[in-house]
Each structure stands twice: as structure tokens, then as C-alpha cells.
Design a protein around this ligand. Structure first.
Ligand SMILES: Nc1ncnc2c1ncn2[C@@H]1O[C@H](COP(=O)(O)OP(=O)(O)OP(=O)(O)O)[C@@H](O)[C@H]1O
Ligand SMILES: [Mg+2]
Length: 251
């Protein structure tokens, strides 16, 4: 991949994400992490090489098929890309509405997911009135709400504190446990190590794979002790349950 006539940003990136796998994508700033994600969510075409998404060759897939492939991918953009004229609730509900769900079917799920990411008090807030970390959590809720087959998250913990970063990691791990393939671009070395998940590392346009160090099992990762009073809309445990419903986190 190259931008215009510039040198290739990505040039040796042969890899496959097995269905149901969980990987981090690392590399220095400018190494091409966001560019690689753009190729995967079909925002850019490769200047050479081949991409298969869910078994479909992207180049030969018909134009009509691309939106359907794209819809199976949830993306947390590095710059959020929230719709500023829609409330937090409506931003998260949008992918479900596009998929044809009725408000009665998704109202509770959306509210509970927003509560889970700590935005239970801000359901009707407009994105421009949210803090950076709140916007990030909203973008994450929107990306995961319809249980995508593939979740791509670009620096999803860049604007939140350590405890919230672990909480977000647990959300991703849980989503992965329910079958979503996960790829997370991250600078957060601590988070990457803690997850124990394998790493795809970009350097000089080349991708190398490293197995996870498994310093801690992600599912047993517990939040750091908190000294502030827990908020009513926060949970201390990470267990979203097996139901097709993000609200099953009550013990
Ligand atoms: N739209 C663009 N037009 C031209 N060059 C671009 C564009 N987007 C990115 N680049 C260049 O491509 C290279 C890779 O950028 P990319 O955003 O993929 O890196 P990154 O690994 O995501 O970095 P960061 O960690 O800072 O987010 C950089 O040299 C960047 O300047
Ligand atoms: Mg980037």
C-alpha cells in the first residue's frame, strides 16, 4: 500500500487472521497500523497484492457484495468518527437500525452496553459534549453493538485511564470468546503484554508475528484496585455472559 506516489507504507504483510483469533497490531507511530486496518475494512485498495475478507477476494468481489462484507466488520476509528448530530444512544443504535432492528428490540441492549462502558448517565449526550475518553468508549460501544464477525480497533485505549483500558480489553476478550475475530492496534505495551495475545508487529513496511507472552490470562485480568467510590453504572467483574445480549453482566 502506498499513498499517491509516496514510497510504499506496507510492502510485506502476508498474514491470515484465523476466524475467532485475537491479535494486537503494534509498531511505531507512522509504521502503518491505521493504513493496514484501512485495507482490511475496505477503505483503501491495495496498490498491489491481494486481500481476502471472509473468504471473498476483495478485488474480484462485486461492488454489490462489498457493503455486506463491510457490515460484518466493526471498526473503532483512531479519531472516533462519531455522528455529532446524534445522541450517544443513537450513535450506538445506528448499526442496529441499519441492519433493520426495531427500537423495541435494541433499546435495552444499547442502554446496557452504554452503561457497561460507563456512559449510563450520558445516553442522550451529544458527542461534542463528551470528553475524549467518553467519545472513545462511545465509539467502542458502537463498534461492538451488533457483534461483528471481525472487530478492528485503532488505539482504542489511547484516551482512557489504565483501569478503563483493562475494562475495554475485557470487553474485547469477551466479544472474542463469543466468536468475533479481533485485531487491535495499540501503543499500550502494558496492555499488550497483559493480554498475553499474539502480536503482529509492523516495522519498515513488513509485518512479523510474535506469540503472546501470556504474562497474565486476559480472562483472569482484574481491574486495578480503585480508591474512588465505584460509580453506579460500573461493574467490577468482566462477565458479559453467553446470552446474545450485552446486558447479562449482573452477577
Ligand atoms: N492519507 C494519507 N496520505 C498520505 N500519507 C499518509 C496518509 N495517511 C497516512 N500516511 C502516511 O503513511 C504512513 C503510515 O501512517 P499510519 O497512519 O498508517 O501509521 P500508524 O502506524 O497508524 O501511526 P500512529 O501510531 O501514529 O497512528 C505515515 O508515514 C503517514 O505519514
Ligand atoms: Mg494510526
Amino acid at each position: 500500500m502506498r499513498y499517491g506516489r509516496s514510497p510504499e507504507v506496507l510492502k510485506d504483510v502476508a498474514f491470515t487472521l484465523a476466524p475467532g483469533s485475537f491479535h494486537f497490531l503494534t509498531g511505531a507511530s507512522g509504521a502503518g497500523k491505521s493504513s493496514l486496518l484501512k485495507l482490511i475494512y475496505l477503505a483503501h485498495r491495495p496498490s498491489r497484492g491481494r486481500i481476502e475478507l471472509f473468504g471473498h477476494d476483495v478485488e474480484s468481489a462485486s461492488r454489490n457484495d462489498l457493503p455486506f462484507l463491510r457490515r460484518r466488520v466493526g471498526v473503532v476509528f483512531q479519531e472516533f468518527r462519531l455522528l455529532d448530530h446524534l445522541s450517544a444512544f443513537d450513535n450506538v443504535a445506528l448499526p442496529l437500525r441499519i441492519a433493520g432492528a426495531k427500537p423495541d428490540e435494541y433499546r435495552d441492549d444499547v442502554a446496557e452496553l452504554l452503561t457497561w462502558v460507563g456512559l449510563g448517565q450520558r445516553l442522550w449526550a451529544m458527542p461534542p459534549t463528551l470528553s475524549g475518553g467518553e467519545k472513545q468508549r462511545l465509539a467502542i460501544a458502537r463498534a461492538v453493538v451488533n457483534r461483528p464477525d471481525l472487530l478492528l480497533a485503532d488505539e482504542p485505549t489511547g484516551n482512557v485511564d489504565h483501569e478503563m483500558a483493562l475494562r475495554i480489553l475485557r470487553l474485547f476478550v469477551e466479544l472474542n470468546r463469543l466468536g468475533t475475530t479481533v485485531l487491535i492496534a495499540s501503543h499500550d505495551q502494558d496492555l499488550v503484554r497483559r493480554s498475553g495475545m499474539p502480536v503482529l508487529h509492523l516495522y519498515d513496511g513488513k509485518l512479523t508475528r510474535h506469540s503472546g507472552e501470556a504474562r497474565a490470562e486476559p480472562r483472569s485480568t482484574r481491574p486495578a484496585p480503585r480508591d474512588e467510590t465505584p460509580q453506579a453504572d460500573e461493574q467490577s467483574e468482566f462477565d458479559l455472559g453467553d446470552e446474545n445480549d450485552f446486558g447479562e453482566d449482573e452477577a
